[in-house]
Design a protein around this ligand. Structure first.
Ligand SMILES: C[S@@+](CC[C@H](N)C(=O)[O-])C[C@H]1O[C@@H](n2cnc3c(N)ncnc32)[C@H](O)[C@@H]1O
Length: 270
């Protein structure tokens, strides 16, 4: 999540937090292990299912799904970035897990109506300029009775253990405003309902980060504090104090930061 792609255009996901997307996503998957496992359980896909993952990144979730749907089912991943798709294809070959990957835009999927039992996306809608357009397209390609699951962060919920509450809030708001829809997590319930999904259900999952390295890897916390000081978002001495405090807590084994990932799911009922 949680990828303030600062330094690039909002919505550009070739690099995340200034790192190559593939490397970033692999590290992020470690911090999000519990969340990813929970999403997989809620997908509840089994042998023979046809499942689509939109904005699949490096494809690791698609490969997990492919293992569950087996040879009688189909796991498909699409991503708008060619590099992501070629990386996913490579992983499929290396692991020997069969899955299909295509370069495609979430707004215009190359599949007929009602082609999938389950359609999911994770941490993609936060980057879109038209979330409703993408969810409408998800609804189109899922079969009647099928399910759509969307998981995205709420970047307004990040809570690092820092004493200077005012400055910390200012930095975090500034940092995550670089993402197109930083508060999309709390919008998902309304979004799915407005587009016509029914039986919408929302689950909020904690993301707990227990070291500065983990917080920095997933959210760019230390980089955010450093740059905020340099650019005058908060006074330089307060930015420095927050960095020093985080580092000190880390050394003492007491650093903590948490945030929220929101999973919204609904059903096509027509
Ligand atoms: C933060 S990554 C998440 C990747 C993966 N779902 C995961 O959980 O590891 C967001 C992904 O969405 C993709 N993406 C962004 N806009 C998209 C669009 N319009 N259509 C399809 N994919 C898109 C990006 O290229 C990127 O791979």
């Amino acid at each position: 999540m949680t990828e303030a792609n600062n330094g690039g255009e909002p919505g550009n996901t070739t690099t995340l937090l200034g790192r190559p997307a593939e490397e970033y996503l692999d590290d992020a998957a470690g911090s999000l292990e519990a969340v990813k496992a929970a999403i997989l359980r809620r997908l509840a896909c089994g042998p023979g299912d046809r499942v689509l993952d939109i904005g699949c990144g490096n494809g690791t979730d698609v490969l997990e799904i492919a293992r569950r749907v087996g040879p009688g089912g189909v796991a498909v991943g699409v991503d708008v970035q060619e590099e992501a798709v070629s990386g996913a294809v490579r992983r499929s070959r290396v692991t020997g897990v069969d899955a299909l990957f295509h370069v495609a835009d979430a707004y215009s999927l190359p599949f007929p109506d009602g082609d999938f039992d389950v359609v999911r996306s994770e941490r993609m809608v936060q980057h879109l300029d038209d979330p409703a357009g993408a969810v409408r397209e998800m609804l189109r390609v899922v079969k009647p009775g099928g399910r759509v699951l969307i998981a995205d962060p709420d970047h307004g919920m990040w809570a690092p253990d820092l004493t200077d509450r005012e400055a910390a809030r200012t930095v975090l708001t500034w940092w995550f405003n670089n993402i197109r829809n930083p508060w999309i997590g709390r919008r998902l319930h309304g979004l799915l309902g407005a587009v016509g999904l029914r039986d919408v259900r929302v689950t909020v999952m904690p993301v707990v980060l227990r070291t500065v390295a983990e917080a920095d890897g997933l959210t760019g916390l230390m980089d955010a504090l450093r740059r905020a000081g340099e650019l005058g978002v908060v006074p330089a001495d307060r930015a420095r104090s927050m960095r020093e405090e985080a580092a000190l807590r880390d050394t003492q084994g007491g650093f903590q930061m948490y945030g929220a990932m929101v999973l919204a799911e609904g059903r096509r009922t027509d």
